[in-house]
Design a protein around this ligand. Structure first.
Ligand code: TYD
Ligand code: MG
Length: 451
C-alpha cells in the first residue's frame, strides 16, 4: 500500500498544518493538533455520505421500516440497547480495564451465534486465551469465528470474507491503520479506525460492537471523538470491590438513554440481575444514624439506594467533603443550602457521603435524601424506620418535584417501606396502600418531619 500523506488538524477549530505544533496556528489553542490523513486522492471513498445518491428528498417520502432488532439473549444488555442490536448499528462499549467488557461480549456473541453469524476480533487476547475463557464459562462449543489481529486493513478483509451479521472489535485502542504513522491508541488512529469500521457497518448492514477503554479521567480514550461517530455509547461500570456491574447508555440513536442494565460477576461469568431494586440497600437490624434510603429512577426502572453520611468534627481549618457515587460539587452546594435555609451549619465538620453498593447516582432527586442523611448523622439520631425519601433541593431551599414520583412510591411500598417524605407536587392523588406520605415544600419542613 502506498504511503499516504498526513497532516495535522486542530480538534477545536479544524485548521490544518503540515507539521505538528504545540499551539494551533488557527485558534491559538494548545495541544489540539492531531494527525489525520491528508491525501484524499489516494483514499477515494474515505468520505461518503450515508445516502447512495445524495438526492434531496422530502422527509415524508422517505420509506422507513421498523428497525428489525436482534436480541442478544442477555435481557439486561438488550434493555440498554433499546431492545436489541440494529443492522448497521455501531455500538461503543466503554469501561475500565478488567470490569468485564470482554466477558460480556463473549457471552453475548456465543448466544447470538445460535442463529447469527458472528466474528470476534481481538487485539488484546490470543484465540487460545479467548477459547480458554469460553470453556471456563461453558460456552466453548458456540460457532463463533475468532480473529486475533490489530491491522485495520486485515480486519476489514476478514470481515469481507466472513460476512458476519455481528462483529466485535476488542478493543478499538489496539487497532492501527497503515494510512497513519501514529501509534495504536492515539486519537488519530482510534478515530480513523472507528470511522472506517462505521463506514463498513453502514455499507453492509453489519452490526459492530466496539470496545473502548476509559482513561484515568473517566473519558473514553480518544477524547470523545468516538462518541459522535457511533450510534450508541454504553458505559460498563461498577465498583471493583463489589460484584455488581452496571451498564448504562450515554447515547443511543435507536432507543432511550439512561436505561440501566445490572449484572453480577460470578465465577461463571456475568449473571443478569433482573430485579435490582433492592440491591443497593444494606441490612441494618435497626435504624442507624446517617442512613437514608432514596428511590432513584434509572431509565424505566425505579431503584432503592441507601445513602450514608458521616459527619464528624473537623480537625483542620479546611473541613473535608467527600462524595462516593455522587458529585462532589453538588455536596458543597447542598451543605450551603442546608445552612442558609434550614439553619444547620456544617462548616466545622468533615462530611462524607457514600451510595451503598458502588452505584453511581446522577439525578438531583437524591438531594433531599443526602441532606437528611447528613442531618441525621450530625444529630446522631436515626431517621424513622422504613422511610424512603426523594426530591430535588433548590438554592432557595425549596423541594422540587421529580419525574415519575408515583412509580417510585409504588416500588418502595412493594419492598415494604411504610413512610415517605416527598415533594408536594409528587403527592399521589390516590393513597398508596400501607404507605404514609408526608409531602413537603421546603427543606426545613422535611428536616422537621424526619427528625
Ligand atoms: P474482562 O472481561 O477481561 O475485562 P475487560 O475486557 O473489561 O478488561 O474481565 C476480567 C475480570 O472479570 C477479571 O478480573 C476476572 C473477572 N471474571 C470473573 O470473575 N469470572 C469470570 O467467569 C470471568 C470470565 C472473569
Ligand atoms: Mg478485555
Amino acid at each position: 500500500m502506498s504511503k499516504q500523506k498526513t497532516s495535522y488538524s486542530c480538534q477545536a477549530c479544524g485548521a490544518t498544518s503540515p507539521k505538528w505544533q504545540g499551539q494551533c496556528p488557527g485558534c491559538g489553542e494548545w495541544n489540539t493538533l492531531v494527525e489525520t490523513v491528508a491525501d484524499t486522492g489516494a483514499t477515494a471513498g474515505r468520505f461518503q455520505s450515508l445516502a447512495a445518491d445524495g438526492q434531496i428528498r422530502q422527509l415524508a417520502d422517505v420509506e422507513t421500516a421498523e428497525l428489525p432488532r436482534t436480541a442478544t439473549g442477555l435481557d439486561e444488555l438488550d434493555r440498554v440497547l433499546g431492545g436489541g442490536l440494529v443492522p448497521g448499528g455501531v455500538v461503543l462499549i466503554g469501561g475500565d480495564p478488567g470490569i468485564g467488557k470482554s466477558t460480556l461480549l463473549l457471552q453475548a456473541m456465543t448466544r447470538l451465534a445460535i442463529n447469527r453469524k458472528v466474528l470476534y476480533v481481538s487485539g488484546e487476547e490470543s484465540p487460545q486465551q479467548i477459547a480458554l475463557r469460553a470453556r471456563r464459562l461453558q460456552l466453548g462449543d458456540a460457532p463463533v469465528a475468532l480473529l486475533a489481529e490489530i491491522g485495520l486493513e486485515k480486519i476489514l478483509n476478514g470481515l469481507t470474507q466472513v460476512k458476519p451479521d455481528v462483529a466485535v472489535i476488542d478493543s478499538i485502542q489496539t487497532l492501527y491503520t497503515e494510512a497513519l504513522t501514529s501509534a495504536p491508541g492515539s486519537v488519530a488512529q482510534v478515530r480513523e479506525c472507528a470511522a472506517q469500521l462505521t463506514r463498513y457497518a453502514k455499507r453492509t448492514g453489519t452490526t459492530i460492537l466496539l470496545v473502548g477503554h476509559v482513561t484515568k479521567e473517566g473519558a473514553l480514550a480518544g477524547p470523545r471523538v468516538l462518541e459522535h461517530i457511533v450510534d450508541a455509547v454504553l458505559y460498563f461500570e461498577g465498583d471493583t470491590h463489589s460484584s455488581f456491574r452496571l451498564i448504562r447508555a450515554i447515547k443511543n440513536r435507536f432507543g432511550a438513554v439512561n436505561e440501566l442494565g445490572v449484572f453480577a460477576m460470578t465465577d461463571k461469568g456475568l449473571r443478569e440481575v433482573s430485579n435490582p431494586s433492592a440491591l443497593f440497600l444494606s441490612q441494618h437490624r435497626e435504624p442507624v444514624p446517617g442512613s437514608c434510603v432514596l428511590v432513584t429512577q434509572e431509565g424505566s426502572r425505579p431503584m432503592l439506594v441507601e445513602v450514608q453520611a458521616l459527619v464528624d468534627d473537623a480537625h483542620s481549618p479546611q473541613p473535608r467533603r467527600l462524595a462516593v457515587g455522587m458529585e462532589q460539587n453538588r455536596l458543597a452546594l447542598l451543605l450551603a443550602v442546608l445552612h442558609r435555609h434550614a439553619g444547620i451549619a456544617a462548616f466545622d465538620q468533615d462530611v462524607f457521603i457514600n451510595a451503598v453498593g458502588g452505584v453511581r447516582i446522577v439525578e438531583p432527586a437524591a438531594d433531599l435524601a443526602v441532606l437528611l442523611a447528613i442531618v441525621s448523622s450530625l444529630k446522631n439520631r436515626a431517621l424513622p424506620d422504613k422511610l424512603i425519601v426523594f426530591g430535588e433541593v433548590g438554592l432557595a431551599g425549596e423541594v422540587r418535584p421529580v419525574q415519575r414520583g408515583q412509580e417510585r412510591l409504588r416500588e418502595a411500598a412493594k419492598l415494604g417501606f411504610t413512610q415517605a417524605i416527598v415533594p408536594k407536587a409528587n403527592r399521589p392523588r390516590q393513597a398508596i396502600d400501607g404507605m404514609t406520605i408526608t409531602a413537603v415544600e421546603r427543606l426545613a419542613d422535611a428536616v422537621g418531619a424526619a427528625l
